[in-house]
Design a binder for this molecule. Structure first.
Ligand code: EPU
Length: 434
């Protein structure tokens, strides 16, 4: 439905540390909110409309999964889709889509809860480290499922076609595992208690949506959730409005701090990014924070101060903004210590920044020290995952001379038409089709 080429490249002309971008940039709906809400359609007896959906590559994966499950997704207008579940029947999650999008595992909860059976392959996705699924398998066993693993697929079955409510403590507060078991609990028999859950805003938004349509979930925004299982949900004519993408907002904020004279980031929710805003303000970035906008003002060019980052589940510093913020810190005065606590593969890009001229010492796969500021220089880069792909766009804009970023496919997975939106604020960025 959307055509993205795996081999596209971005050619970016660096600003050589001049802060010249200016204007307004609008934040889209959150990719990581759209995915669970679309997966929640499996819990419904009717269909529903979803608005403010970003036009990103992951929609193709969702379409493939929907086709396999016999769910229809129809585009009604820009950013608006109707999900029709009347013909839903299959219990198998599409193999190709699962390999390319780890989040496909979110479907496992609602499908197993609705049909009492499930077949899914081990999910793939971005290269940000080992992505185990033990929390999912352990949780389903607690809810009474039996699991078989052969031919590179998992086969799950329940007794009498129903999951049973259970008490599940997550050893790690995983975002997609929390979402999966919220949805499993909605159709399970009896009460499910989830402890040490993730508390990302996308999870709160999913809970609100499910409760609006008849689910009984208590504990929103806290580490313990209680779900009273029941029958299929009904949307009637309710519409889900996607919350603003906090990770896109943070990415634009960091870009603005380094490359803009004045930039207004609109249609965002600054409350979801407090730790990032505080860190940038403390460092010396001039920010005006409104209810749904943030203005970055760099007219009086300033030196920024270095600071440390330790990634943490929400509301701590998001792992997804660690790589863009590391680019920021290469331009700040002093030494910063960065500790990536969530994914061991999320510092793999450091060698590329070093080749651009950044002064970074890597201690191990989780920890680096950055000394700044350094003038970085353009070069050939390859986007390894969604967020680092965007961090490379920022680095290329900060650098002197031209950079080429290949593997733009990953950036397209999370950021809609990014070259067009950045060109609108004055960046020289072109897509080269291979
Ligand atoms: N983990 C396990 N076992 C499991 C599941 C997770 O050990 O069964 C570990 C992971 O290896 C990791 C930690 O738990 O060390 C947390 O990972 P989590 O499960 O929370 O990540 P996720 O749910 O797969 C979501 C986002 C990611 C984001 C992370 C962390 C979606 C669709 N994806 O992934 O977003 O980086 O949470 O906040 O919500 C992105 O948008 O680019 C992206 C990758």
């Amino acid at each position: 439905m959307i055509s993205f080429n795996m081999k596209d490249k971005f050619i970016i002309e660096g600003l050589g540390n001049k802060r010249t971008l200016s204007g307004k940039i609008r934040v889209n709906g959150a990719k990581n909110a759209v995915l669970p809400v679309m997966a929640s359609s499996v819990l419904f007896k009717d269909g529903f409309r979803i608005k403010n959906v970003p036009f990103i590559e992951d929609l193709n994966r969702l379409d493939e999964i929907f086709k396999g499950l016999k769910i229809e997704m129809n585009k009604e207008s820009e950013g608006e889709y109707f999900i029709d579940t009347k013909k839903i029947e299959s219990k198998e999650i599409d193999e190709e889509a699962s390999k390319r999008m780890r989040a496909s595992i979110i479907f496992s909860g609602p499908v197993l809860a609705r049909f009492g059976e499930l077949v899914f392959p081990h999910p793939g996705g971005c290269v940000i480290g080992a992505r185990p699924i033990d929390l999912f398998l352990e949780g389903f066993e607690k809810m009474g499922a039996t699991i078989d693993h052969h031919d590179e697929k998992y086969f799950l079955k329940t007794e009498n076609g129903k999951l049973k409510g259970a008490n599940i403590f997550f050893k790690i507060p995983s975002v997609t595992a929390t979402e999966t078991f919220i949805m499993a609990g909605v159709l399970a028999e009896g009460k499910t208690i989830l402890k040490n859950v993730a508390m990302e805003p996308e999870i709160g938004s999913l809970i609100e949506w499910l409760n609006t349509c008849g689910a009984k979930i208590k504990g929103i925004g806290t580490p313990t959730l209680e779900i009273e299982g029941g029958g299929l949900l009904e949307a009637k004519d309710k519409v889900y409005e996607t919350i603003p993408d906090r990770l896109e907002t943070g990415s634009f904020l960091i870009l603005g701090a380094l490359c803009a004279s004045d930039l207004e980031i609109t249609h965002c929710n600054p409350n979801h990014l407090e730790i990032v805003i505080e860190a940038l303000k403390d460092s010396g970035v001039d920010l005006e924070v409104g209810k749904d906008y943030i203005k970055v003002n760099n007219k009086n060019l300033k030196n920024y101060k270095a600071f440390n980052i330790k990634t943490h589940e929400y509301p701590g510093f998001p792992t997804d903004l660690q790589s863009p913020m590391t680019v920021f810190l290469t331009q700040a005065q002093g030494e910063s210590f960065i500790f990536e606590t969530i994914f061991e593969g999320r510092l793999n890009y450091i060698s590329d920044l070093v080749k651009m001229g950044a002064n970074i010492k890597m201690w191990d796969s989780h920890r680096v020290t950055v000394k700044g500021p350094t003038q970085i220089k353009g070069r050939e880069l390859e986007g390894p995952d969604i967020r680092t792909g965007f961090a490379f766009v920022i680095a290329a804009l900060v650098a002197e001379k031209e950079s080429t970023i290949s593997n733009v496919y990953y950036i397209d997975r999370g950021y809609e038409k990014i070259e067009k939106r950045l060109s609108n604020i004055g960046a020289e960025i072109k897509r080269k089709k291979e």
